[in-house]
Design a protein around this ligand. Structure first.
Ligand code: G3P
Ligand code: CA
Length: 255
């Protein structure tokens, strides 16, 4: 069985503030095969790398990401909550907001094979704007190419469908926290190629991984940070491991 790919969840986010450029560059240095990134739209239509709907947990801002312009968000400190000083003159990338545009440029500049998993968050609120902006940005960057692979992931089947309509050749992944009743595991809806179950779901449904794989769906498990979860994921033969601790997982895999 091939070793699973290792994806850095929000960057090397146990070590550095999630979704900052520093966290992603650390993950690349650590040897991760790929990066995972959540995207949201700003008020003026830019895709930014932020997980939560609100700014409060990971920055010194308040309120919804979508209520702010990019220029406003760029004034905020996205590092101190994680113990990184705001006015670090050495490495401002540790505390700044990251746009998807900038992340894609950094990935390109790394000059090696990298898989980027881009997750659309609550896209139903934006009537397709997230997916349209994403398609435009990928076109601007000429991605995917021979080195940089792109997969768009979502918990939302609607978002997967929109991505398939806009970019039929781009791989998509359907994320699963629970199993919706009547979900056909041998053929995921809307042409989703990859399945992304949470590790808790894999634990609860031992037949899940083989069923999905029999249907031709590679399985990427999230978020695998501890030894017992990693053992479980490996026992089930998953194809990808999404982790906040890429170096830890790579060490355990002997890579
Ligand atoms: O990689 C999938 C995983 O990121 C989904 O959960 O909440 O961390 O975005 P969340
Ligand atoms: Ca995510």
């Amino acid at each position: 069985m091939a070793a699973p790919l290792v994806f850095a969840h929000r960057g090397s986010s146990a070590a550095l503030p999630e979704h900052t450029l520093a966290a992603y560059l650390r993950a690349l240095d650590e040897g991760a095969d790929g990066l995972e990134c959540d995207v949201r739209l700003t008020r003026d239509g830019h895709l930014v790398c932020v997980h939560d709907r609100r700014l409060d947990r990971t920055s010194n801002g308040r309120g919804r990401v979508s209520a702010h312009t990019l220029a406003e968000l760029e004034q905020l400190d996205f590092g101190s909550w994680h113990g990184v000083e705001t006015d670090d003159p050495v490495d401002p990338d540790r505390t700044r907001l990251l746009t998807l545009d900038r992340l894609l440029s950094a990935v390109r500049a790394a000059g090696r094979d990298i898989q980027v998993l881009i997750e659309t968050k609550h896209p139903s609120r934006y009537g397709g704007d997230v997916e349209r902006r994403l398609a435009a940005l990928l076109r601007e960057h000429d991605l995917p190419d021979g080195q940089v692979g792109i997969t768009v992931m979502s918990f939302s089947p609607l978002s997967v469908r929109r991505v398939r309509e806009l970019m039929p050749d781009l791989p998509t992944a359907l994320l699963l926290q629970v199993l919706p009743p009547r979900l056909p595991l041998r053929k995921l809806p809307f042409g989703a190629r990859i399945a992304g179950p949470g590790i808790g779901l894999i634990r609860a449904r031992p037949q899940l991984v083989p069923l999905l794989q029999k249907g031709g769906h590679p399985v990427y498990a999230w978020t695998v940070n501890e030894r017992d979860d990693l053992d479980l994921a490996l026992r089930h033969g998953v194809d990808g491991i999404i982790t906040d601790r890429p170096r830890f997982v790579l060490d355990q895999l002997g890579r």
